[in-house]
Every structure is written in structure tokens, then in C-alpha cells.
Write a protein that binds this ligand. Structure first.
Ligand code: NAI
Length: 409
């Protein structure tokens, strides 16, 4: 069960699949690691055959990192998901094997915010309809129903990473910004917090949704909420498809109450680009439909490459797990002139007592010690004086509760 890993940087092997952005490979090479960079995903059997040597596996959304893949990763230290979601990875198996998984949840924040700003202007000028008409050879030069966004109010539901960016950008356009969040948030610039969703719906010319998918946000905007919006107001959803009851949105637009919508996410999204797309919103006036591309920009891909590679490099070099999706979070500057022991162990009573006994038996001087746990594992980071560190590491690694133990020189 227990595994000891301690090696020079040049021996660390990184296996990158699915054409991860080249900035990641460059960052790993700059650290002196070996990098193998493949264009496509690998099926499970091939990945199982190849992962044995890899210390780091980098994937995007297509590679299935199954329990068999993780078990076959004898040397695997960590998995990097160079994307947002981690559903394709057996994160619990990884947790039980002492393998943190990192992703890049916020690298495409700005891309989504910019799309929303563009769409607010597009909806205000009914650009989707005008563009479609001109493409169809119809010259419909009208000003009726076309507005500037200056002085209008945008209501942001979910004032997190994306919501706050939208708020800042909208103000630059001269818009008033109100927001509603279940958590108290510091307003950016002149953005104003509303005490309820209803209050926000009542004053907003544009309502834009930036909440996560949770039981509370499922069908958060249905017939009742749409009816509380200002007549002619527009709804934008680039969050998750389950947040809006799409049939009710379609009905409200058809009935002429809601003035338009920009939708990027749907309750049922096609799996592949070649699959067809059906939605009650298709063909409706002043409705912009996009295929879940809110965060899909080359800049976001590059930012993801940087963010995930830097998390992985920091984990390799210091053991820091901040941001890992399946692991206790620990980060601490490495004490000067000390060796660092990193130990992942089963979260059972008595582990710390055993470790402290080993430390005391070796008369080791601890410079820093941090332990963080989740229901199944504990992660210990301990900086020790150099003279005894190897002996302490060996003894800790041999504990029956230890899952993975590394030493950093
Ligand atoms: P975040 O976690 O930074 O912010 C979400 C905010 O919503 C938080 O402030 C949270 O307190 C708030 N919130 C949660 N439940 C709420 C409720 N019931 N009512 C009001 N506020 C609530 O998330 P981030 O990064 O801003 O992403 C927001 C959404 O955008 C997510 O659903 C994410 O999946 C989606 N997204 C969509 C992309 C696309 O391509 N269309 C790309 C990236 C993210």
C-alpha cells in the first residue's frame, strides 16, 4: 500500500493528452521535467498500459480516468484536468490512492463575462434578428425597439467570479448594476446588492444568471419569476441549463412579455458537434442561441494551460494542494534549510500519534507541521531538520496507515 517517492526533477515524467495548450508543456520543461505530449485522448486499455511510468497525467474532457487507470498509475502523483469539469475522473479513487486532482475553474471567467456584455448590446439592438434578415436578403432598416444600453439596469444573479466581472464591465458601458447572491458579497465599484431575487427581477432590464448548478438553483427561473421581470426585459443564461425552465421562457417570449433572451446552456445538450439540437427557443424573435461556448476562447485555453500546470508544479515542488478538487487543502512556504515530508494516510484514529512517536524516536526538530483531513484521508506536511529526515520518512512510509509518502530536498 505504502509508496515512497523522492527523485530528481529530471526523472519526473509528465504525460499530457488531448492537445493540452503548449504553455503547459513549456512550463513543465522549464522545471526540468520530462514531457510526453499526445494530440488525442487514449482509451482506457491504452492509458492503463502507458500510465505506469507517469508521475503526472494531464487530460481534458475526453479522457476517462477510471479506477483502473488510477490503480495502474504506480508512480502517479497527481492528475491535471486542463478544463473546468472533473466528471471524467474517478476523483474518489484518486483521493484514496493519495492522488490530488487539479482543474482550472476560473480561467475562462473573463471569456464568459465578455460574451454576456456583447449579448446585452445585441439583445438591446435586436442584432440577431437584423443579421438573420440581411443574410436572408431582407433590408429591414428600423429604429423601433432598438435601444442603447447606457442608463439601463443589469441584474446579476450569482455574484461570483463571472458575475462580478460582468458587473464591472457593464458599468463601463454606463449601465446600472444590481446583483443578488445568497452569500454576502462586497460590491465592486458602484454595483448594488439586492436583498432578494424578486427585488432584482423587478428593476432589471437585463437579468443575467451566473449561479452554479445546485438543488436551490434548479428551475430557479420559472413562470413565476419570469412574470416578475419588467415587461420587455431580457434574460441571459450562460450558467447551467437546469437553472431556467426553458418551456416557460419560450412561452413568455412568444407571448411578447419577455423581450428576448441569450442562452448558451440547455437542460439537454448534444454530446457531439454532429448531433442535432432541439429546443423550444429555436426560431423565436430576439433570441440568441449559442452552443455552450461562453468560456471557449483561445485565451481561456491558454489560461487553463498556465493555471493547471502551475498548480501541478507547485504540488510537485512543495506539496501544496490548494485548489485540488478531491483533497484536503494545504499550502505552506518551505522552511529554509529543512526537508519536507509529505504523507497521505488513511483517516483513522492514532495516525498522528504514530507519526509523532517516529519524530520523537528520531529526536527530529520539527520546523513546521500541518495536517488536514477529509472523511477518508489525512494529508500531512512536515518540515524537519535535514539530518534525520530520511529516517523519519522511511518510518512514516512503513506505517500500515500510510498511502503515499514523499520527501522534498
Ligand atoms: P462562482 O462559484 O464563482 O460564483 C457563483 C456565485 O453564485 C457565488 O457567489 C454563489 O454564492 C452564488 N450562488 C449560489 N447559489 C445561489 C443562489 N441560489 N442564488 C443566488 N446566488 C447563488 O462561479 P462562476 O465561476 O462565476 O460560474 C458561474 C456559473 O457559470 C457556473 O454555473 C458555471 O458552471 C458557469 N460557467 C459557464 C461557462 C460557459 O461556457 N457557459 C463557462 C464557465 C462557467
Amino acid at each position: 500500500m505504502s509508496q515512497v517517492t523522492s527523485f530528481p526533477k529530471a526523472d519526473i515524467k509528465i504525460l499530457l493528452l488531448e492537445n493540452v495548450h503548449p504553455v503547459a508543456a513549456e512550463a513543465f520543461k522549464a522545471e526540468g521535467f520530462q514531457v510526453e505530449h499526445l494530440k488525442g485522448a487514449l482509451p482506457e486499455s491504452e492509458l492503463v498500459a502507458r500510465i505506469g511510468d507517469a508521475h503526472i497525467l494531464g487530460i481534458r474532457s475526453k479522457t476517462q480516468v477510471t479506477p483502473a487507470v488510477i490503480e495502474a498509475g504506480r508512480r502517479l502523483l497527481s492528475v491535471g484536468a486542463f478544463c473546468i469539469g472533473t466528471n471524467q475522473i474517478s476523483t474518489m479513487t484518486a483521493n484514496h490512492r493519495g492522488v490530488p486532482v487539479f482543474n482550472a475553474p476560473f480561467s475562462n471567467t473573463r471569456s464568459v463575462a465578455e460574451l454576456i456584455i456583447a449579448e446585452i448590446v445585441m439583445l438591446s439592438r435586436r442584432l440577431g434578428d437584423r443579421s438573420r434578415e440581411v443574410h436572408d436578403g431582407k433590408w429591414n432598416k428600423i429604429a423601433v425597439g432598438s435601444h442603447e444600453v447606457r442608463g439601463k439596469t443589469v441584474g446579476i444573479v450569482g455574484y461570483g467570479h463571472i458575475g462580478t466581472q460582468v458587473g464591472v464591465l457593464a458599468e463601463m458601458f454606463g449601465m446600472h448594476v444590481v446583483f443578488y447572491d445568497i452569500v454576502a458579497k462586497l460590491p465592486m465599484s458602484n454595483n448594488r446588492a439586492m436583498s432578494s431575487l424578486d427585488d432584482l427581477l423587478a428593476v432589471s432590464d437585463f437579468v443575467t444568471l451566473h449561479v452554479p448548478e445546485t438543488p436551490q438553483t434548479k428551475n430557479m427561473i420559472g413562470a413565476a419569476e419570469l412574470a416578475k421581470m419588467k415587461p420587455g426585459a431580457c434574460l441571459l443564461n450562460a450558467s447551467r441549463g437546469t437553472v431556467v425552465e426553458i418551456e416557460h421562457l419560450a412561452a413568455s417570449i412568444k407571448g411578447g412579455f419577455i423581450g428576448g433572451a441569450a442562452v448558451d446552456v440547455y437542460p439537454d445538450e448534444p454530446e457531439a458537434n454532429s448531433d442535432g439540437f432541439a429546443s423550444p427557443l429555436r426560431g423565436l424573435p430576439n433570441v440568441i442561441l449559442t452552443p455552450h461556448i461562453g468560456g471557449s476562447t483561445e485565451e481561456a485555453q491558454e489560461a487553463i494551460g498556465r493555471e493547471v500546470s502551475s498548480s501541478l508544479i507547485k504540488f510537485i515542488n512543495t506539496g501544496a494542494t490548494t485548489g485540488a478538487v478531491n483533497f484536503p487543502h494545504i499550502d505552506c512556504p518551505v522552511a529554509k534549510g529543512a526537508h519536507r515530508i509529505l504523507n497521505v494516510h488513511k483517516n483513522v484514529p492514532g495516525v498522528l500519534r504514530d507519526i509523532n512517536r517516529i519524530v520523537s524516536d528520531h529526536e527530529a526538530n520539527i520546523r513546521a507541521q500541518i495536517l488536514s483531513t477529509d472523511p477518508d484521508i489525512g494529508y500531512l506536511m512536515m518540515d524537519l531538520d535535514n539530518d534525520v529526515s530520511l529516517g523519519v520518512k522511511k518510518a512514516i512510509a512503513e506505517l500500515p496507515t500510510s498511502i503515499k509518502t514523499r520527501i522534498l530536498f
